[in-house]
Ligand binder design. Sequence first.
Ligand SMILES: [Zn+2]
Ligand SMILES: [Zn+2]
Length: 132
Amino acid sequence: MRQTFFIGILIVGVVGGIIYFLWTIGAALYEDWVMGKDVNKIKADQQQRRKERLEESRKRLDNGCEHVFGQTLGGFPLDACRKCGLQRERPAGPCDHVWKPANEPVPCSYCEKCGKRYVSPTIRDDPHSESS
Ligand SMILES: [Zn+2]
Ligand SMILES: [Zn+2]
């Protein structure tokens, strides 16, 4: 009778151990799975956002102008289109500047929308130009 009791304890112990072991593995796998799902979701979100940004910048530049970037005269932002004044990439800040060259002794340009003045960094030392 006592022997049966001990065997019973042993079986319960072993079975309990196995269940605990399986549970630990299951929990770890579940955690991995949840984390993997999160990572995939974050990646998908990032891709989606990148796509939206690209689409947005494509639409932004799609104004009928055959943009000419990087071939500007003095006093005109290098990354702005010589023809329509739009910058290749949307500048930081509230205004999406549209640059128009100004007819001034110092080569410079002004934003049509917000009036910001642009002067080439090379001639910024000129006392007539204001730094921005
Ligand atoms: Zn243009
Ligand atoms: Zn502006």
